[in-house]
Design a protein around this ligand. Structure first.
Ligand SMILES: [Zn+2]
Ligand SMILES: [Zn+2]
Length: 385
């Protein structure tokens, strides 16, 4: 099967070259490994790049439009893009990102002493109810904060940083190495100033010249209603202050949702199981569910309810994040047949049986409607071995 290259880029079959280029550029900005280290994103980036490689080449695009796959025929073993395709990728990037490698060596500026701070992450446990209503979590955060003695300058009193003597302020040192290719000029960050280009002869006694110190503090993190396990709430500029008092990174609070006694969450829906006595299933009944957001709520169980049927309370599930919508509450009905009958009950059931003489146990055909679910499950379990 040929891959859906148009689908990978999200463009129509009659898209112009400009549209294809625009679509690719947009996806590349999201998925490029320098931007998005996530593994799934990298795999997607490969696919998307392959699609661009194909659709930006009129000859290859013609093959696709005829139902073929130009990468499939070229590559060995169906891997498609993995080998040959990467040759073209450099060109693609040079076209878009202006040839970063072309800038040439030697002209780099010193890194500077002030650097932006890193993001930080902490996890917090939330009950299902807290996820449902939202909550303000009081958290203890341990990050680098601005040094209050030097306010990030890193210097003591009125002293000033001076130009690094080792690198002359360039931030890097160069050395010539001999190799079989001849002489090679290499440069590396200056070991004295670590790339900053300047040093502090009289560093702040509190932070040692770093401009920041570690500290614990309490913060109130507003968690919106509708969060779920694994989601991260971003608190801007609450992360690590950077070297030299650089702008603080962000703090991410990751939600660890605790299992609930009654409800199992699936996205915005909540599932629970209700045990229904056989007679109640036959006659119908109501049951009160203690819902998380709406308090005790009545659920109707229809007369003639069968085992494994569900009864749904629409809109009684979890709230959707940043929207008024709600998921459903889905009750799975577990019909319970009584196991211990006393004499009177046995007698009554026999009497009932007398009134329903046509009801009897029978072997079903494998194709019958009632069996379809069961057999599908059996087949799946056999083929799984
Ligand atoms: Zn230096
Ligand atoms: Zn300081």
């Amino acid at each position: 099967m040929a891959r859906d290259y148009y689908g990978l880029l999200g463009v129509a079959k009659n898209a112009t070259d400009q549209e294809i280029k625009r679509a690719y550029r947009k996806l590349a900005r999201e998925l490029h490994p320098d931007v998005n280290p996530d593994e799934a994103a990298q795999a997607k980036f490969k696919d998307v790049s392959a699609a661009y490689e194909v659709l930006s080449d009129p000859e290859k695009r013609r093959i696709v439009d005829m139902g073929g796959d130009p990468l499939e025929s070229a590559g060995a073993g169906g891997a498609g893009f993995s080998g040959a395709g990467f040759g073209g990728l450099g060109d693609v990037f040079e076209a878009f990102f202006g040839g970063m490698s072309g800038a040439g060596g030697g002209q780099r500026k010193p890194r500077g002493r002030v650097q932006p701070g890193a993001d930080s992450l902490l996890r917090t446990r939330l009950s299902l109810a807290e996820c449902a209503v939202g909550v303000t979590k009081h958290l203890t955060v341990d990050t680098a904060i601005l040094c209050d003695n030097c306010h990030g300058a890193g210097t003591n009193g009125n002293s000033k940083p001076v130009r690094c003597e080792t690198c002359g302020g360039a931030g890097e040192v160069q050395s010539v190495q001999r190799s079989f290719l001849g002489q090679v000029l290499t440069s590396r960050p200056c070991p004295t100033c670590r790339g900053a280009g300047e040093t502090i002869p009289d560093p702040c006694h509190k932070c040692g010249g770093d401009g920041r110190v570690r500290a614990r503090r309490e913060i109130a993190a507003p968690i919106p209603a509708g969060v779920a396990n694994g989601m991260r709430v971003r608190l801007a500029a609450q992360g690590e202050v950077g070297p030299g008092g650089g702008h603080a990174g962000d703090l991410y609070v990751e939600i660890v949702e605790q299992p609930h006694d009654v409800f199992v969450r699936d996205g915005d829906d909540l599932h629970c199981t209700i045990r229904v006595p056989m007679v109640d299933a036959a006659l119908g009944t109501t049951v009160v569910i203690d819902t998380i957001l709406d308090g005790p709520t009545e659920l109707t169980i229809a007369p003639g309810t069968q085992p494994n049927e569900v009864s749904v309370l629409r809109g009684h599930g979890m709230p959707r994040l940043r929207s008024g919508a709600r998921g459903d509450l889905i009750a799975h009905l577990d019909i319970v047949v009584p196991t211990k009958l006393d004499g009177k009950q046995t007698e009554l059931l026999r009497k009932y049986k007398g009134l329903r003489e046509r009801d009897r146990a029978e072997v079903m055909t494998a194709q019958s409607e009632h069996n379809s679910g069961l057999f599908a499950r059996l087949r799946a379990s056999f083929s799984g071995r």
